[in-house]
Design a protein around this ligand. Structure first.
Ligand code: SF4
Length: 325
């Protein structure tokens, strides 16, 4: 199966990216024809007013992919702006995308509300699901690993594929969202994980800083004293245990210890650190060993491979639409 997914170039990757997506991507590359890209054009939809860090952020995201185990021998790792065909297909799809439909896409309103200090009344922001549809369909991908919040976008992509096929003949398959149950990490302050809240742990954070962030992490507010019982489901630390503590015995120790006030939150966090450390050490070491030159070489080669595939699709598209060139 051809699988495609991407991440916006908005800076260094953090634990939320690892747990929410990259671990799944690494698994998928073992069995499928995987394409993973850094979406730098997508970053412009909300960060159009300051692009001074765009190049650096793009390389950081690609470096994060590789540090987490995306293997350029198994996956095509590329950058969106390195494959101009995405923009050409976006232009054609934009003729098929009803404005009212785009305005009703839930994330459109959500992001506008979240970033209400920014002017997001641009055509580019409104039509970003159309660019996403082009990103996916240009590789005629059958599967797209996404989180729950992105399922709607895949449905929109399917609609665009159907519409195109209806007017111009069968060119595009309808992709399916690949949903895998992944634990959703909360920020270290218990709020939604977001760089703007400063509550994330970036993948290359030094070990001692990770420790201090975890040890200072908020817990179930009901556990004011060690003798107060708590509820792991109300504690952000538990969301990290779900991601990093695989032993059933240890998980039971946390649940039992927390609900019956047999353990303190520091004990609980120390266990988490014991389980997180080997994973993060490996990523941090790999991260440090990847030079800008190496990452650049990987994405140049990835763009070359991606362009080859994209060009095959565009030939079919141009022919189907009866374009002269
Ligand atoms: S014992 Fe663990 S799960 Fe329970 S409140 Fe403390 S840190 Fe959270």
């Amino acid at each position: 199966m051809r699988v495609l997914s991407g991440m916006r170039a908005t800076g260094k990757l953090h634990l939320g990216h690892l747990v929410g997506a990259l671990r799944t991507w690494v698994e998928l590359q073992k069995e499928h024809d995987t394409f993973y890209f850094v979406a730098d054009w997508h970053a412009l939809t909300t960060h159009y007013d300051d692009t001074s860090k765009l190049k650096q952020n793009t390389l950081e995201v690609a470096r994060g992919f590789l540090a987490c185990g995306i293997d350029p021998d198994k996956s095509v790792v590329f950058v969106q702006s390195g494959v101009k065909e995405h923009a050409e297909l976006f232009l054609i799809f934009s003729m098929l995308a009803p404005v009212g439909r785009l305005e009703r896409i839930p994330t459109y309103k959500e992001i506008k509300t979240e970033l209400n200090y920014k002017d997001l009344s641009s055509v580019g922001f409104l039509s970003y699901p159309v660019l996403q549809a082009a990103d996916i369909l240009i590789y005629r991908a059958a599967g797209v690993p996404v989180g729950e919040d992105q399922v709607y976008h895949i449905e929109f992509t399917r609609e665009i594929a159907r519409r195109f096929n209806y007017y111009f003949g069968e060119v595009f398959p309808e992709p399916e969202p690949l949903l895998s149950p992944v634990p959703k990490l909360l920020g270290t302050d218990g709020r939604k994980m977001s760089k703007s809240y400063g509550n994330v742990i970036e993948l290359d954070t030094p070990k001692d800083e990770v420790e201090s962030k975890i040890l200072r992490m908020v817990t179930d507010p009901a556990r004011k004293r060690r003798t107060d019982p708590g509820d792991p489901e109300k504690c952000p630390v538990w969301s990290y245990h779900k991601a990093f503590t695989s032993s059933e015995e240890e998980r039971e120790w946390v649940v039992e210890g927390c609900t019956k006030a047999k353990i303190g939150c520091v004990d609980c966090k120390k266990l988490l650190l014991k389980n997180m450390s080997p994973v993060l050490d490996e990523i941090r070491d790999r991260y440090a060993s990847l030079s800008d030159e190496y990452v650049m070489d990987v994405v140049i080669e990835g763009c070359r491979k991606a362009r080859e595939e994209a060009e095959k699709t565009m030939e079919l598209v141009r022919k189907a639409v009866n374009l002269l060139f």
